[in-house]
Design a protein around this ligand. Structure first.
Ligand code: NAD
Length: 416
């Protein structure tokens, strides 16, 4: 992979830029650019046909100055150590920007999950924990689901860890099913956090959201809840939504609940009653108050950024805006709530799950939602204040807030 396309080099360059703006010294910057600990493992797994296959896995604990590492485990055919490093690095800033007392981590296994049976997945999950288990635990590193891993896989992983230690450790992993220590409110946490951040963003810039329009690109977990909660919490009208097969538009607004039900019943949004069909490119260019990109990375690019006609872009997806597009949105005066602030509701409720597991006492849904609101509100305010003080975009400000918090913790510990 070329240097300029290597995700870890890109992540390091962002850190260097923020470190320079904060006036951090060379050693602090170098440490912020270096994973603290990495474990690479080879995992022999018995396949259903009796053969043994060896999978390569990783766990990266990027920085634990603010607390135990936290980050998902991805199962992906093209996983590399540098993707895992980049994501672990990014998790460090994400936990710091919402001010939860955790560091950043990430794990990965190179595999094609679609070709694995359920029993092979279980053996792979258990093999991974047997190999990396010694560096995990509530005081060390707490994984969670990510691409192609889910609650069931977390349940097998927790169980294997408990077998190894001969103790109950529900908090060793989050994203578990509720019946074995998962948290209420995890399902819509990412979208809900983004909605709270949008509300605060509108307040900060004097925008009244009630009765205003929004568009949602990507109608999966994050997108469906975003549409529903934009209506429910912000009183907005959903005028455009899309998925990978195209989108629908109705300037009068569409019921989020009906859209969700329609997609469930028909597998796509095409033919939604009363709406006009539009392409994804048309959705991006729709005039709305808030645009929620909730699909994939690199959706808003140099080619279409000038057409974005929104006052706020709330990045629920990871990396939906390319750096070139970011400059264009900024010049147009669009307020972009950056991905790792906008979608931090998920990791925040994962942290709440850890807290509940540690207490062995479980919170009501309202408590989870109230605390999430508090965290997201405070996080947005800190980023907004930094952006006003330094006269930067919200994205630059989010990096400054997060990296300063980690650097301050490292200094207090005497690391540099
Ligand atoms: P998902 O798979 O449930 O949904 C993705 C949606 O995007 C699907 O509706 C799909 O049809 C649509 N899509 C794919 N390609 C598209 C295209 N070209 N144009 C329009 N729509 C397209 O995924 P999700 O969990 O909702 O995640 C969406 C994004 O949010 C990802 O970037 C993910 O990393 C990010 N995110 C999700 C969570 C979470 O808790 N779900 C947490 C943090 C970040």
């Amino acid at each position: 992979m070329s240097e300029e396309r290597n995700p870890f080099v890109i992540a390091q360059n962002r850190v260097k830029k923020a470190a320079a703006a904060l006036g951090l010294d060379a050693a602090t910057t170098e440490l912020l650019c270096s994973p603290q600990r990495e474990v690479a493992v080879a995992l022999p797994v018995k396949m259903d046909d009796g053969t043994t296959k060896v999978f390569q896995g990783f766990r990266v604990q990027y920085n634990t100055a603010r607390g135990p590492a936290k980050g998902g485990i991805r199962w992906f055919p093209t996983e590399t150590i540098d993707t895992v490093r980049a994501l672990a690095c990014w998790m460090t800033w994400k936990a710091a920007v919402v001010d939860i007392p955790l560091g950043g981590g990430k794990g990965g296994v190179i595999c094609d999950p679609k070709s694995l049976s359920e029993t092979e997945k279980e053996r792979l999950a258990r093999a991974y924990i047997r190999a990396v288990g010694p560096v995990l635990g509530i005081t060390k590193d707490v994984p969670a689901p990510d691409v192609y891993t889910n609650g069931q896989i977390m349940a097998w992983m927790m169980d294997e860890f408990e077998k190894m230690t001969m103790e109950c450790h529900p908090g060793v992993i989050t994203g578990k099913p509720i019946a074995i220590g998962g948290s209420q409110g995890r399902g819509d946490a990412t979208a809900r956090g983004g909605i709270y951040a949008t509300r605060e963003c509108a307040k900060a810039y004097g925008i009244d959201l009630k009765g205003q329009t929004c568009a949602v690109q990507g109608f999966g977990n994050a997108g469906q809840f975003a549409a529903t909660l934009a209506e429910e919490i912000l009183g907005m009208k959903v005028v455009a939504v899309s998925d990978s097969r195209g989108g629908v538009y109705n300037p009068e607004g569409m019921s989020a609940k009906e859209l969700v039900e329609y997609k469930k019943a028909n597998g796509s949004l095409a033919g939604f009653p009363g709406a006009k069909e539009i392409t994804n490119e048309e959705l991006i260019a729709t005039k709305v108050c808030v645009l929620f990109p909730a699909a994939l990375e690199n959706t808003i690019t140099e080619a279409n950024a000038s057409k974005v006609d929104a006052q706020i872009v709330c990045e629920l997806a990871n990396g939906p805006t390319t750096p070139e597009a970011d400059v264009i949105l900024d010049a147009k005066g669009i307020h972009v709530i950056p991905d790792y602030l906008a979608n931090a509701g998920g990791v925040t409720v994962s942290y709440f799950e850890q807290c509940q597991n540690a207490q062995n006492y479980y919170w009501e849904l309202e408590d989870v939602q109230k605390r999430l609101d508090q965290k997201m509100t405070n996080a947005f305010k800190a980023v907004y204040e930094m952006s006003e003080e330094k006269k930067t975009s919200l994205r630059e400000a989010a990096y400054l807030v997060a990296i300063k918090r980690v650097a301050d913790a490292m200094k207090l510990r005497g690391w540099c």
